[in-house]
Design a protein around this ligand. Structure first.
Ligand SMILES: *Cc1c(COP(=O)(O)O)cnc(C)c1O
Length: 340
C-alpha cells in the first residue's frame, strides 16, 4: 500500500547529492578543531544567521539546552511561551541541566507578546529569582507553524535589552519563517542574542542543528556541548550534508504551498476543522473532535489508509509537509483522509 508520511519534516532521507557529499567529505577530529567541513558549515551557518560564530550540535534539543546553559546561572528564571518546544517537549531539561525555573507565559507568541514579556520580568526583590533569559520560537510548532514578524521580534528584543534579559530564539524552522515572510533569515535573527536552527527538518539533512551567536557566546557554548556529550569527532561526514541543507532554504516554499493545498482540501471534510489563518508554513493542525474519535483513534484510522500523522492534543492531529512529499502525494493523502 502507498504511504504518505506527514508526521514530521524530520522523516526525510538524505538526497543522493547529500550522500555523495558525505562520502567525499574531508574530515578530522572536530573536538581538536580539526574538521574542515564542520568549520565550513559553522562559518556558513553564522553568516546565514548574521552572527559572529556558530556551533554544530547533534540535535535541536541540545542546541536549545546548550543555549540555556550558556545564558543563565543556577536559580535564574527564564521566560517562555506556554506552548514552546523548550518547555513542552524537551523532557524538563532546563530544570535538570541548567537548574533554572521556567516561567511559562500564555500567549507570548501573539500580538500581546511584548506587554506580556515586560510584565513577566522580575523586578528587584529579595524574594525573586533573577530573570536572565527570554526564549522565543519562530516558526511556532504548537501554534501550527505560525510566523512571528520582524516587528514583534524587534519589539521583544528591544524590551529585553532594556531590562537586561538575553534573548534566545528557538528557530528550529527559522527558514520557514523567512520564506513565509519573504525576508532573509538574518532579518529575523538580528533580533536575538542566540539562535538554534535545525538542518534535519525541512532542509533535509539527516542529522544536526546549528547554534549561532557572538564569538564569546559560542566559545562558552562549545564547552557546554562537550559537557553534554555533544563533542563529535569526524562529524564532517554529517556537516557535508548540512552544507547542502543550508543552500536549500528557498525550497521550503514548495512545502508551504503543499501544506496550504492539504489544509484547504481537509478544511471541507466533514468532521474536520482547520484554522486556515494559522496555516502559514509547512504545518497543518486539524481538530477532529466532530468525528467523535480521539486523536489517537483518528491517527490509527488514517494509518490504515496509508496517511501518517501525529497526535497533537486530545482531539488535534498534526500534518507536516517536507522534502519527501510531492504535491501529488498531498493530493493523494487528502483523498485518503476524505475517504476515512
Ligand atoms: C524539532 C524542534 C526542536 C528540537 O529539535 P530535535 O533535533 O528534534 O531535538 C526544537 N524546537 C522546535 C520548535 C522544534 O520543532
Amino acid at each position: 500500500m502507498r504511504t504518505v508520511d506527514l508526521r514530521s519534516d524530520t522523516v526525510t532521507r538524505p538526497t543522493s547529492e547529500m550522500r555523495e557529499a558525505m562520502a567525499r567529505a574531508q574530515v578530522g577530529d572536530d573536538v581538536y578543531g580539526e574538521d574542515p567541513t564542520v568549520k565550513r558549515l559553522e562559518e556558513a551557518a553564522a553568516e546565514l544567521a548574521g552572527k559572529e560564530a556558530a556551533l554544530f550540535v547533534p540535535s535541536g534539543t541540545m542546541g536549545n539546552q546548550v543555549a540555556v546553559l550558556t545564558h543563565t546561572s543556577r536559580g535564574n528564571e527564564i521566560i517562555v511561551d506556554s506552548e514552546a518546544h523548550i518547555y513542552y517537549y524537551e523532557v524538563g531539561a532546563p530544570a535538570v541541566l541548567s537548574a533554572v525555573q521556567v516561567r511559562p507565559v500564555v500567549g507570548l507568541h501573539g500580538s500581546e507578546a511584548i506587554a506580556l514579556f515586560k510584565s513577566a520580568v522580575r523586578g528587584q526583590d529579595i524574594h525573586f529569582p533573577q530573570t536572565s533569559l527570554l526564549c522565543l520560537e519562530n516558526t511556532h510548532n504548537r501554534m501550527g507553524g505560525t510566523v512571528t514578524g520582524t516587528d514583534v521580534m524587534q519589539g521583544l528584543y528591544g524590551a529585553a535589552q532594556e531590562l537586561g534579559v538575553a534573548v534566545h530564539l528557538d528557530g528550529a524552522r527559522i527558514g520557514n519563517a523567512a520564506v513565509a515572510l519573504g525576508c532573509r533569515i538574518s532579518a529575523l535573527t538580528q533580533w536575538c542574542d542566540s539562535v538554534m536552527f535545525c538542518l534535519s527538518k525541512g532542509l533535509g539533512a539527516p542529522v544536526g542543528s546549528m547554534l549561532a551567536g557572538s564569538s564569546d557566546f559560542i566559545a562558552r557554548a562549545r564547552k557546554y556541548r562537550k559537557m553534554l556529550g555533544g563533542g563529535m569527532r569526524q562529524s564532517g561526514i554529517l556537516a557535508a550534508a548540512g552544507l547542502i541543507a543550508l543552500r536549500s532554504v528557498n525550497r521550503l516554499a514548495e512545502d508551504h504551498a503543499n501544506a496550504r493545498l492539504l489544509a484547504e482540501k481537509l478544511a471541507v471534510v466533514p468532521g474536520i476543522k482547520i484554522d486556515l489563518d494559522r496555516v502559514q508554513t509547512n504545518i497543518v493542525v486539524a481538530d477532529i473532535a466532530d468525528t467523535g474519535m480521539t486523536a489517537g483513534e483518528y491517527v490509527e484510522v488514517l494509518r490504515a489508509r496509508g496517511v501518517l500523522a501525529v497526535v497533537f492534543g486530545p482531539t488535534t492531529v498534526r500534518f507536516v509537509t517536507h522534502l519527501d512529499v510531492s504535491r501529488e502525494d498531498v493530493e493523494y493523502a487528502a483523498e485518503m483522509v476524505m475517504a476515512s
